[in-house]
Design a binder for this molecule. Structure first.
Ligand code: SF4
Length: 356
């Protein structure tokens, strides 16, 4: 295959078929950065709305550096992977302090910022600063795996290096941003990640040894996946005087420092719930009302939560026991306050919809 011909075929196709996306209208370094971080975890269609809302609220790096954590998390709610938005703010603060509020233009400097890896740095440097660098994302690795019929596992460093070398050879140094975005668009619309590639519409078909072959979908070669770990929890909607108890999760682990509903490990029986939470009321003569809620499931990348739930209506005389972790990190709020002001991760969505 003549690698130099890749960009000759790719760029005219991109000019004609490029997707119209809000962050492409004004590709400032800040806009490219925010969109690329969002797109790491979200489909383009879904990301558009989040992106526009985010940019309206936080139009520049100074606003992002200054915003409260709660507001930032609220803007990110539904996108998941909250460590990414925390890194986004850390990086914004570093840009304000170390670079006078201007994102640096070189890939190497960009990679010194929290949360910016080779792909995001390549995308910002090439699209916003016209630097002749590649932006190797999943689309680029998939397309080049098929072009090269690369046999190595794509998760392995040495395989990625081979693919990146080919990308560098193919890169149009005059139009690096267009080249990288063309690969993103080709991967999203033609050389698909799931399902048969649409080789009949692909500008690279004459160059590609995988074109129209049944086994094209077997590239890139991937290591067998490990099974997800299953974890069981009991989620509690603890209600008292029209308010529900929220709990800030611990500083480490899954959904760290985010607000959620109290949970117990394992699947608890109604009797166990009665016994534990009866102690929260100062009047032991008033029984709790415990209602079974439907089970729910949430899948993270490596873990799956299997949840059951109860609504526990506590009498007005209830209190969070002193000295407990729940007390330190607990907060009562009405359903409206929870929906409007608290960033509740989508893992709790099934129970969030049951607030009344
Ligand atoms: Fe992918 Fe087919 Fe294009 Fe090859 S010809 S890059 S397999 S869509």
């Amino acid at each position: 295959m003549n690698i130099a011909q890749v960009s000759q075929k790719l760029l005219p196709w991109y000019q004609e078929h490029r997707r119209i996306l809000p962050w492409r209208e004004s590709p400032t370094p800040y806009h490219v950065w925010i969109s690329e971080i969002m797109l790491q975890q979200t489909r383009v269609e879904a990301a558009k709305e989040y992106y526009l809302r985010f940019i309206r609220s936080l139009p520049d790096v100074f606003a992002l550096a200054d915003v409260s954590e709660q507001k930032l998390m609220k803007l990110w709610q539904g996108l998941g992977y909250y460590s990414r938005v925390r890194n986004l703010q850390k990086a914004a603060r570093a840009v304000v302090e170390e670079f006078d509020g201007l994102l640096p233009g070189s890939k190497a400097e960009l990679m010194t910022l929290p949360g910016i890896g080779p792909y995001t740095a390549g995308a910002i440097a090439s699209i916003a600063f016209h630097q002749p660098v590649i932006a190797p994302d999943g689309n680029a690795y998939r397309i080049f795996s098929r072009l090269l019929r690369e046999e190595g596992f794509v998760e392995e460093g040495k395989t990625r290096k081979r693919l990146e070398e080919a990308m560098k050879q193919a890169l149009d140094v005059e139009h690096p941003g267009a080249f990288n975005q063309a690969l993103m668009d080709l991967g999203a619309t033609i050389c698909l990640p799931n399902g048969k590639p649409l080789c009949e519409r692909c500008p690279l078909q004459a160059l590609c040894p995988s074109a129209f072959r049944e086994d094209a979908t077997s590239f890139p070669r991937k290591k067998p996946k490990k099974a997800r770990t299953r974890e069981q929890f009991t989620v509690l909607l603890l209600e008292c005087g029209g308010k529900y108890l929220l709990q800030k999760r611990t500083k480490k682990g899954l959904l760290a420092e985010l607000w959620g509903f109290p949970m117990e490990e394992g699947h608890w029986s109604e009797e166990q719930i009665q016994e534990k939470y009866q102690a929260w009321t100062s009047d032991e003569c008033i029984p709790l009302e415990v209602e079974n809620l439907p089970p729910a499931r949430h899948i993270f990348s490596h873990i799956e939560w299997e949840m059951i739930g109860y609504r526990v209506s506590l009498p007005h005389s209830c209190a969070i026991p002193e000295g407990k972790d729940m007390h330190e990190r607990g907060q009562w709020a009405t359903p409206d306050e929870i929906v409007d002001s608290y960033p509740i991760p989508s893992a709790y969505r099934a129970y969030l919809s049951l607030l009344r």
